[in-house]
Design a protein around this ligand. Structure first.
Ligand SMILES: Cc1cc2nc3c(=O)[nH]c(=O)nc-3n(C[C@H](O)[C@H](O)[C@H](O)COP(=O)(O)OP(=O)(O)OC[C@H]3O[C@@H](n4cnc5c(N)ncnc54)[C@H](O)[C@@H]3O)c2cc1C
Length: 329
């Protein structure tokens, strides 16, 4: 029997802005937009990088806050100003022109003249119409397959020098990775935090001379793969695939991260990338090459909570300004 196709229904409500992702970027944008009196829908699938941060120490006014608490507080603050937040996974974003006869009656904030609007689709068939979109869906770390990772993650196993490099101060530290960047990171960590360093290069051969240079700096370089993190409560050893054990109190993993952007696939011809080819190009207000679609956080810029929040605020201010201009013509 032919399976019945689930009908996609556009929600009758139209939003000034649909925000993808309730991390610091998306929530800060929601707070600004709601305080301008805009109708905002935040779609978030749950999880996210910030929630994994157990100890954020570099966010102004919070001497120490967990990522989870930061998000919970942000959600409550956004809700207080009227943001609607739904637990949904965005599967695609499309952009359409507005045929006058289809303009929704109950959408006084959306101009009825021809003009693009966005249709954001969620897994399960929800379709949400909006004048603008902010993509703040973040990134996810590429992690090595390593036993006991969950036990030590964000406590003594770190992935970001700006976030947690400080926590390697004076500690026996292993740096894991598979690129020239891993060696550069080791040199930077030596300058800033600890001289007691071992680099484990996993499936990567550096250009000639590099290892000698590292050894001259007193940094040991091993060609091996990480296998297991060992210790009672505190991390004590990193065990490698070869069976060798390295005494260490902290691990900094440098395998990079991937953007959460699969849902932008349909817009790939309209969204320009920056010179690295990895991130999206935006203007200084974080508007992408597709007018009305803004991209904040690691997809376009830096991977720090306070910066993502600032970018969200800037995007929201620009969106509000544009919506005011649209009404006045
Ligand atoms: C272990 C760890 C420690 C860190 N420590 C610090 C620190 O000390 N200081 C600091 O400044 N930064 C820290 N960071 C980095 C910080 O978490 C990021 O900079 C921040 O997450 C970026 O915010 P964001 O809003 O762009 O993305 P995120 O916080 O990642 O939020 C993105 C949200 O979008 C959602 N999402 C993704 N795809 C979809 C989809 N298709 N549909 C719906 N929702 C979707 C995700 O579930 C998530 O909730 C740390 C990160 C990690 C992993």
């Amino acid at each position: 029997m032919e399976a019945k196709k689930k009908e996609k229904k556009i929600e009758s409500a139209s939003y000034d802005c649909v925000i993808v992702g309730a991390g610091p970027g998306g929530l800060q944008a929601a707070i600004y937009l709601c305080r301008y009196g805009r109708d905002v829908l935040v779609l978030d699938r749950g999880g996210g990088r910030t929630r994994h941060a157990k100890r954020i120490e570099n966010f102004l006014t919070h001497s120490i806050i967990s990522g989870r608490e930061l998000i919970e507080k942000g959600l409550a603050q956004a809700a207080r100003f009227g943001a609607r937040v739904e637990r949904k996974t965005v599967s695609s974003i499309g952009v359409k022109n507005y045929p006058a006869e289809e303009a929704p009656e109950e959408a006084p904030k959306i101009p009825t003249q021809e003009g693009p609007f966005f249709l954001t689709e969620t897994a399960g068939g929800g379709l949400y119409r909006s004048r603008t979109v902010i993509v703040s869906s973040g990134a996810r770390d590429v992690l090595p397959r390593i036993e006991n990772l969950a036990k030590y993650f964000a406590l003594s196993f770190f992935t970001c020098v700006d976030c947690d490099g400080y926590r390697t101060r004076g500690k026996k530290t292993a740096i894991l990775g598979n690129s020239e960047g891993t060696l550069r990171l080791a040199l930077a960590i030596k300058r800033m935090y600890t001289k007691d360093l071992t680099v484990v290069l996993d499936d990567y051969a550096p250009p000639p001379g590099y290892v000698d240079e590292m050894n001259q700096e007193g940094i040991e370089v091993l060609f091996d793969s990480p296998a297991s993190l060992l210790g009672e409560d505190e991390l004590r050893w990193l065990e490698l695939k070869s069976g060798r054990r390295i005494l260490c109190e902290a691990v900094l993993s440098n395998y990079g991260y991937r953007l959460n952007d699969a849902f932008l696939e349909g817009l790939k011809d309209r969204l320009k990338r920056d010179s690295t080819g990895l991130k999206y190009q935006t203007n200084r207000h974080f508007e992408s090459s597709l007018p009305g679609l803004y991209i904040v956080g690691p997809l376009a810029g830096s991977d720090q909570a306070i910066i993502a929040a600032g970018e969200g605020a800037m995007a929201a201010m620009d969106i509000n300004k544009k919506l005011i201009e649209m009404y006045s013509d």
